[in-house]
Write a protein that binds this ligand. Structure first.
Ligand SMILES: [Fe+2]
Length: 227
């Protein structure tokens, strides 16, 4: 926390809420914790506190986004979409699947696909395509590379098709706050891609030094509506 900040915690909360109102509640609370305006008792981890909060408040369903023309059925389950020597910044994506009551949805199937570094889809095989199953905690994760841009689309993106028994099918896409198209200001510029109808789908990116390289890490949680 900035020690020179003379604002009260309430003032900082109000300012933060105004600035960050587009963020998910979970992101907002994480930022509040980082600023020191939110704390949890020592007996509870911050993640557990957030889970408890989410369960008590309910959650908005993840916004729908187009399926697009490059979906292919039958992608094999792989956690490592990147092949040795592939161009592009390494990318780690992880998240959990919830329902709108904030309950974990274990066993959801997440079909995921994106382009290579040059913005090309694999239309004959399954490179950069996978079909994952969320574990008992609703968690999923995969390793890949940051997708490229391609002429028909403005922004880098990862496609998701998520299904779980008793829930509505979700088609959506993940975007990256670091996309050059946003010029460092996704709040103002996310509509440069006309297909991005919700700022919620543009996720923060954390760069982490890893094995002599830099990996981009993104959290993308999915909230399904009950059928
Ligand atoms: Fe696409």
């Amino acid at each position: 926390m900035d020690k020179s900040d003379s604002r009260s915690p309430e003032q900082r909360w109000t300012q933060l809420h105004l600035v960050e109102s587009h963020l998910s509640r979970r992101d907002l609370l994480a930022k509040c914790a980082a600023l020191g305006v939110l704390a949890v008792v020592p007996s509870l981890s911050f993640a557990d506190a957030l889970d408890a909060w989410d369960r008590s408040q309910g959650r908005a369903p993840t916004p729908w986004n187009e399926l697009g023309p490059f979906y292919r059925k039958g992608a094999p389950r792989t956690l490592e979409l990147r092949s040795p020597g592939d161009r592009g910044m390494p990318l780690s994506v992880s998240g959990r699947v919830f329902d709108t009551r904030g309950d974990i949805v274990p066993g959801a199937t997440l079909e995921i696909w994106h382009t290579n570094d040059a913005g090309q889809y694999d239309l004959s095989g399954y490179h950069y395509r996978t079909s994952l199953v969320a574990d008992a905690n609703g968690s999923y994760a995969f390793e890949s590379i940051m997708p490229g841009h391609y002429p028909a689309r403005v922004c880098q993106h990862v496609h998701y098709l998520v299904r779980a028994p008793g829930h509505k099918l979700l088609t959506t896409q993940l975007y990256f706050a670091t996309d050059p198209v946003f010029e460092g200001n996704p709040d103002r510029n996310y509509t440069k891609d006309p297909l991005i109808q919700s700022r919620e789908l543009v996720r923060p990116v954390t760069l982490t030094p890893k094995a002599g390289n830099v990996t981009a890490s993104v959290s993308f949680e999915v909230v399904l509506e009950r059928a």
